[in-house]
Design a protein around this ligand. Structure first.
Ligand code: G6P
Length: 640
């Protein structure tokens, strides 16, 4: 295997290292570890699909296989060259934006004595120094990654142990973790410990699973959901040992035992399977009525109070709040933009929305009376987590809207409202987005209730409107043949524009994002009022423009957007318009008019987002693209 020269590797290695986030799994039990690891990787492939690998502790020692490209490449290699049977093993699926996703950089990485195999998610920031140390000791490293140093350090620590720790894999892992800077979740197996898997975590996701005589580790519960729904939360700076005879032991990095929190996963394996759909995204779009209904269920107590899932704030804390920030990334940020309208309107609190990746760098003005709401499907997005921690450092209160129980963002928040969308596998977020919108409305009402800006009967009336959304979403989904036909018509367009106003503006941004990420078509979303300030120059004969018309409840903006559509059409635009049932004013200016059910203005995004999702999905499919795993992306972005 080639040994890269130290100087020559720096840029690529650095970028490879800095941009990694991956899916990792460990298994120990009585079944075929290969089958279980591969199945777990299949379910986690949405986390990254640049390479995949597996290591097993077989009778004759450690065996590994790894391949660049999608998991299918590894599966083919294993079919051609089967590994020996084993009941202990681990696996990895990787994502990188830069640097070569080649076989030698795929995980697992193995120590020089070929006894320890390691998979990793995160960044070892001091790997350069550690690598030099290993090289000075005469070791030849065989990959460009930071992870490989962990494998060598681990084997060395294991071999060097004396006293009560002698020969203990977990103790070796603790010793190594104390030397690592950066963020990591690590899983290791060792040839001398055929019945053990050891994991460690700092600022990267890792959860445990407890089956019947078998134990699992995974980046998320989907890794083992087919086998058990009994899960373990692992905290920061903890090392976990799964032992087929002695069960699960967790300690901190100093070796002090800790009691992990158990939780039950409230969805099953079927929820994370395609169930006959061509794409996960299609299935997840269809699951949206249930995602919203489940998110709304039981939120109004018998005494008419909105209830969150976890609240570590007093009513007084909430009453003291005088400003709200919402931080999120990608699609979740578009939910945040919609939330701003509801929060300001219902609570009269000023509310700012900020991309999580920008938030802490502009030194926002925060104090104890600021509420920072973090929205995240995964609960692990590093940008959002860092924004949340910055807010906490400034003593702000933090509330999380999250789809993943046991993930880091809700655990570090003062209050939590879980979206109950179930597992979302397609990289492009759909049902989690609609559930986030529903959750945002609930949080806005919760704040209105705590601050007394709405009476209980007013809140109940809005909750009743929210409860009508699942049916309205189902109704909208039933109308999507027309949108698919429009998708077929637009599939070859080089550019598609998306326009909205008021709560339709974030939906225009979401429509453009969906099209970019899935269909690789140039798309721009913008506020209708900005047309005349620049965007209208983009319009040529035949340029498709998708416009969300505001509900007629907002008469002034409704008529302005209709004027905008006329202006665009006059310059040759092909106009595709999304409007509420019965809104026929725009009909003369629409080449295609997509109706969604009528709903109160603030709630309309829940419906107008749906044609955007279907359009992007259809166009990507027609263009022969991988709808669920678009190029260069990953679902869970656990590095900054
Ligand atoms: C990635 C995904 C998006 C998602 C964003 C935020 O970019 O591709 O679909 O909206 O991360 O993820 P989160 O898990 O924090 O909602």
């Amino acid at each position: 295997m080639s040994v890269p020269r130290h100087g020559a590797q720096s840029c690529d290695v650095l970028m490879t290292t800095l941009s990694r986030m991956c899916g990792i799994i460990g298994y120990v039990g009585t079944k075929s570890a290969e089958d279980i690891v591969l199945e777990g990787l299949r379910r986690m492939e949405y986390r990254g699909y640049d390479s995949a690998g597996i290591a097993l502790v077989a009778v004759d020692g450690l065996v590994t296989a790894k391949k660049a490209g999608k998991l299918a490449n590894l599966e083919k290699a294993l079919a051609d060259q089967p590994l020996p049977p084993a009941t202990t093993g681990l696996g990895h699926t990787r994502w990188a934006t830069h640097g070569p996703p080649v076989d030698r950089n795929a995980h697992p990485h193995v120590s020089a004595d070929r006894k320890a195999a390691v998979v990793h998610n995160g960044i070892i920031e001091n790997f350069g120094a550690l690598r030099s140390e290993l090289e000075r000791a005469g070791l030849e490293l065989s990959s460009d990654t930071d992870t490989e140093v962990v494998a060598h350090l681990l084997a060395a620590a294991h071999a060097a142990q004396t006293g009560p720790d002698a020969g203990r894999l977990a103790a070796a892992m603790r010793a190594v973790c104390l030397r690592l800077e950066g963020s990591f979740s690590l899983v290791t197996v060792h040839a001398d410990h055929p019945g053990q898997v050891v994991g460690a975590r700092r600022n990267q996701p890792l959860v445990g699973g407890i089956g019947d005589g078998e134990y699992f580790l995974g980046s998320d519960v989907s890794a083992f959901i087919a086998h058990t729904r009994d899960a373990l939360e692992l905290g920061q700076d903890q090392v976990v040992t799964l032992d087929v005879e002695h069960g699960v032991t967790v300690t901190d990095f100093a070796g002090t035992p800790v009691q992990p929190k158990r939780f039950y996963v409230d969805w099953d394996a079927a929820a994370a399977e395609k169930g006959g759909y061509a794409w996960f995204m299609l299935k997840e779009i269809d699951e949206q009525p249930a995602a919203i209904a489940d998110t709304l269920r039981g939120r109004l107590s018998e005494t008419g109070q909105i209830v969150l899932d976890e609240v570590r704030l007093s009513d007084e804390d909430l009453r003291d709040i005088d400003k709200v920030f919402i931080v999120a990334c990608g699609t979740a940020n578009h939910a945040a933009m919609v939330a701003k309208y509801a929060i300001e309107h219902w609570t009269r609190l000023p509310c700012e929305v900020e991309l999580a990746s920008e938030f802490r760098y502009r030194d926002p003005v925060l104090d104890r009376s600021t509420l920072v709401i973090a929205i995240s499907q995964s609960g692990e997005t590093m940008d959002t987590l860092m924004a949340l921690r910055h807010a906490k450092d400034q003593r702000a209160r933090v509330l999380a809207i999250c789809n993943t129980n046991g993930s880091t963002i809700p655990r570090e928040s003062d209050a939590v409202l879980y979206t109950r969308a179930g597992p979302e596998v397609a990289v492009a977020s759909t049902k989690a987005f609609l559930a986030q919108l529903a959750a945002c409305y609930l949080v806005a009402l919760y704040l209105a209730q705590a601050r007394g800006t709405k009476y209980a009967d007013e809140i109940a009336a809005i909750v009743a409107q929210l409860n009508m959304l699942p049916d309205a979403v189902a109704d909208t989904l039933g109308r999507m043949d027309q949108v698919r036909a429009i998708g077929r018509e637009l599939a070859k367009e080089p550019t598609i524009l998306f326009v909205g106003r008021h709560v339709g503006y974030p939906i225009a941004l979401e429509g453009a994002l969906k099209l970019k990420e899935l269909a690789y078509i140039h798309a721009e979303g913008f506020a209708a009022g900005e047309l005349k300030h620049g965007y209208i120059s983009l319009i040529e004969e035949g340029t498709p423009v998708v416009t969300v018309i505001p509900a007629r409840g907002r008469n002034s903006v409704h008529s302005k957007v209709i004027s905008n559509i006329q202006e665009m059409r006059a310059r040759g635009a092909k106009t595709i318009v999304i409007a509420a049932d019965g809104d026929d004013e725009v009909a003369p200016y629409a080449d295609h008019l997509i109706y969604v059910p009528t709903t109160p203005t603030l709630l309309a995004p829940v419906l107008t987002a749906i044609p955007m999702q279907v359009l992007a999905c259809e166009i990507a499919d027609i263009r022969g693209l991988d709808v669920d795993q678009p190029r260069n992306l990953a679902k869970s972005v656990t590095v900054e």
